[in-house]
Design a protein. Structure first.
Length: 319
C-alpha cells in the first residue's frame, strides 16, 4: 500500500512528524514499512534531521541517486534495495531522496519502483515539496497511483482558509480515499468539528475520518534532538509524558490498517474475477478449437458416401 502524507497549503505544520510516527507505529504492528520523501534538498531536510542523519557523513556508495541509476539501468534486484535504506526500528526503513545529484528523471524512476516493486508492505511518502512542484512528472506519477492520502492540518483559521484557496489545484486528489489529521490539537482552541465545518470541502470523501494528534512538547524535544524514533519507543513503553500521543497515533494507524485490509480484500476479489474471466476465455477457446476440429469430419462423410455410390455404379455397368 502507498500512502501520501500532505499539507500542500503550508509548510512546517507537522507533515514529516505525522508521516514518521505513522511509519514507526505501522512497523510496530508487524507491517514492513518504508518512509520516504520527494524533496532532494540536502540542507535542512526534516526527514534526515528528525532521525539524526543530517550529522552523518554522506556515503556515496549508498546515495539515493546511485540507487535510482541502477534501477533505471536494471542492474539491481528488489532484494538488494533495502541496502540503500536506513533502518530506524524493527521493520521500519527510511529512504531519504535528499541528494543534489538526484534529478527529476532519476526521482521519477525511483518513485515508480517504490510504487510498484518495493519490498515493503507499506511505503509512506512525506510530500515535502511546495505545491508549485505538483506538476512535476514524479509528483504526478505519485498522485496518480497513491492508494491513500493523509491530509495534515492544524487549528489555525488562516491556514485552513489557505487550504480552501488551493483546493481547485488539487481537485483530483480530494477524491482519493483519505484521512484528515489535525496536528498539535488543543481542545481549548477549537473542536475537530469546528475545523471540519470551516473547511467544508464537498470534494472530500464522505468516508474521510477526522482525527487528532494532540499537542505535546516532547515532540519538539525529540525532533530537535534528531531522535524521533526514541519518542515512539517511549510511547510504546507507556511513558506518562506521551500517553496522549500514543492513544491518538493508535487511532490513526487503526484507520490506515482498516483501509489496508479493505484494499487487500478488493485486490483479492479483482484477482479472483480476473482468473475467472481467464478460465472462461480458456474454456471458450477449447470449445471453439474442438468444434473446428470436428467440422471437417462432418463435411467428409457426404464425400465418402458419394465415392462409394460411384464405385457401386461402375461395378453395375461393367456387369
Amino acid at each position: 500500500m502507498n500512502i501520501a502524507v500532505m499539507s500542500p497549503h503550508t509548510r512546517h505544520i507537522g507533515n514529516t512528524t505525522v508521516a514518521s510516527l505513522l511509519a514507526l507505529e505501522l512497523a510496530s504492528r508487524g507491517m514492513k514499512t518504508c518512509l520516504t520523501n520527494l524533496s532532494t534538498a540536502e540542507e535542512n531536510n526534516p526527514l534526515n534531521h528528525y532521525f539524526g542523519f543530517d550529522s552523518q557523513a554522506r556515503d556515496s556508495t549508498s546515495a539515493p541517486s546511485k540507487l535510482a541509476k541502477m534501477l533505471k539501468e536494471r542492474i539491481i534486484n528488489t532484494d538488494s534495495v533495502t541496502n540503500y535504506c536506513k533502518s530506524v526500528a524493527k521493520d521500519c526503513d527510511i529512504l531519504s531522496v535528499a541528494d543534489r545529484k538526484m534529478d527529476d528523471d532519476l526521482l521519477k524512476t525511483l518513485v515508480w519502483f517504490e510504487l510498484t516493486n518495493f519490498p515493503h508492505d507499506v511505503v509512506i511518502y512525506d510530500v515535502d515539496i511546495p505545491i508549485e512542484k505538483y506538476n512535476e512528472p514524479y509528483a504526478q506519477l505519485l498522485f496518480e497511483r497513491v492508494d491513500f492520502i493523509i491530509w495534515v492540518f492544524n487549528q489555525s483559521i488562516l491556514e485552513v482558509r489557505d487550504f480552501k484557496v488551493i483546493t481547485p489545484k488539487i481537485t483530483k486528489l480530494l477524491t482519493k480515499p483519505s484521512l484528515v489529521v489535525i496536528n498539535k490539537f488543543d481542545r481549548q482552541v477549537s473542536s475537530i468539528k469546528d475545523v471540519q465545518s470551516e473547511i467544508a470541502q464537498k470534494e472530500l470523501s464522505k468516508e474521510t475520518s477526522w482525527l487528532r494528534l494532540r499537542y505535546n512538547p516532547m515532540v519538539c524535544k525529540y525532533t530537535n534532538g534528531g531522535s524521533l524514533h526514541y519518542l515512539h519507543a517511549a510511547m510504546k513503553n507507556a511513558d506518562y509524558a506521551v500517553l496522549n500521543l500514543d492513544g491518538d497515533l493508535a487511532q490513526i494507524a487503526g484507520r490506515v490498517m482498516k483501509f489496508s485490509r479493505r484494499l487487500k480484500s478488493q485486490y483479492a476479489k479483482n484477482k479472483s474475477e480476473i482468473r475467472q474471466r481467464e478460465l472462461e476465455n480458456f474454456q471458450a477457446s477449447v470449445a471453439q478449437q474442438k468444434a473446428e476440429a470436428e467440422a471437417p469430419k462432418a463435411d467428409s462423410k457426404p464425400a465418402e458416401s458419394e465415392a462409394t455410390d460411384t464405385e457401386s455404379n461402375e461395378q453395375k455397368s461393367e456387369s
